[in-house]
Design a protein around this ligand. Structure first.
Ligand code: PLP
Length: 360
């Protein structure tokens, strides 16, 4: 078996032990005589799977009892519409634009109400997080929206915005479970699972109960109404059963790794290996301001497009795959999610050093 070091931004590397366990259980899940894929979502055995997944996520993130956890489908992008439809009571929301994903969410929200952009880092290609200590928060804003980790640009919030008492909503698709989170700081956290947690398509929403309303606009599809999903424990219709099962296995793996504090140490160690090299290299450099660097996504360039392409080609041949930067940024990006082993980053840096020596 030849597994590569997969630096994809998503879908991305999952823990090998999880994939092996899923393979072992593929034909006969715990004596049920069938795969989880073949199981009724109303069966006792599946009920245990989804309940245990929720319990493990609650334990990991220390989710307070007054928050619901919803296992949904449609990916993170579906939430760009679901959030305004469910949370806009006054029809107003404030968005902070730190990259393409926040921008897309903002554009979608404009279909449902008045949206104010209260800060943006578009002026410098989203290479930093704007100062959010004193934003022009709208008096009647139903929520303030952020993308907590910017997958494409490689920036992250080190300090949460001052929302002046308004509800904070965060897209944590690309940094969920990478470090501890104080859930109470947020009204709603959501994440597409395909980076740190499981197969694409599943999206998990953690929402404070008092924000779950019945009086959403009549045009809001039943499936996108959080109350429908909350009232039915995410089983209003057939959920993405197999995907949720894999998420559950990953939650157990994160617990075995020592939980979110241990994960943070592990991720800081990995990121430091790469950032320290970028800071010392004469060929490669990181593209974002140091203070706002992400632990998960590390974009870098040589400053020469041809050399970038040569690097990506040679790295791929050497087993370091998916290092090409996002099409809007160019250069390279190494996504080093939870399941990327330290060894993968060490070997990548050794490869980069060698490439630099040979091409200088
Ligand atoms: N939000 C962030 C931060 C992302 O990185 C992505 C995808 O990469 C998305 C949203 C969109 O996710 P999906 O493809 O599941 O809709």
């Amino acid at each position: 078996m030849a597994r590569v070091f997969n630096f994809s931004a998503g879908p991305s590397v999952l823990p090998e032990v999880v994939l092996k366990q899923a393979a072992d259980e593929m034909l006969d899940y715990k004596g049920s005589g069938m795969s989880v894929m073949e199981m009724s979502h109303r069966s006792k055995v599946y009920d245990n799977i989804i309940k245990e997944a929720e319990k493990d996520l609650r334990d990991l993130m220390d989710i307070p009892d007054n928050y619901k956890v919803l296992f949904l489908q449609g990916g993170a992008s579906q939430q760009f519409a679901a959030i305004p439809m469910n949370l806009m009571k006054n029809g107003v929301a404030d968005y902070i634009i730190t990259g393409q994903w926040a921008k897309k969410a903002c554009e979608e929200a404009k279909k449902y109400g008045k949206v104010n952009v209260v800060a943006s880092s578009a002026d410098k290609t989203f290479s930093y997080i704007p100062d959010c200590s004193d934003l022009p928060i709208s008096e009647d804003a139903d929520y303030v929206y952020i993308c907590h980790n910017n997958t494409i640009y490689g920036t992250t919030y080190k300090k949460l915005p001052n929302t002046k008492g308004k509800i904070l909503v965060a897209d944590m698709s690309s940094d969920i479970l990478s470090q501890p989170v104080n859930v109470s700081d947020y009204g709603l956290i959501y994440f597409g699972v395909q980076k740190n947690v499981g197969p694409a398509g599943v999206v998990i929403v953690i929402i404070r109960e008092d924000l779950i309303r019945d009086d959403v606009p009549t045009y809001c599809p039943t499936m996108l109404k959080y109350k429908t999903q909350a009232d039915n424990d995410s089983l209003y219709n057939t959920p993405p059963c197999y995907g949720i099962y894999i998420c559950g296995l990953v939650f157990k793996w994160v617990k075995e790794m020592g939980g979110l504090s241990a994960m943070k140490i592990h991720n800081e160690k990995k990121a430091a290996i790469l950032y320290d090299f970028l800071d010392s290299s004469k060929m490669f450099r990181g593209t974002v301001v140091k203070e706002d660097r992400s632990l998960m996504n590390v974009p870098f360039v040589t400053g020469n497009e041809e050399l970038d392409a040569k690097f990506v080609k040679e790295a791929t041949a050497a087993g370091f795959v998916n290092l090409k930067g996002h099409r809007t940024v160019g250069g390279m990006r190494a996504s080093i999610y939870n399941a990327m082993p330290i060894e993968g980053v060490e070997k990548l840096v050794a490869f980069m050093k060698d490439f630099e020596e040979k091409n200088s």
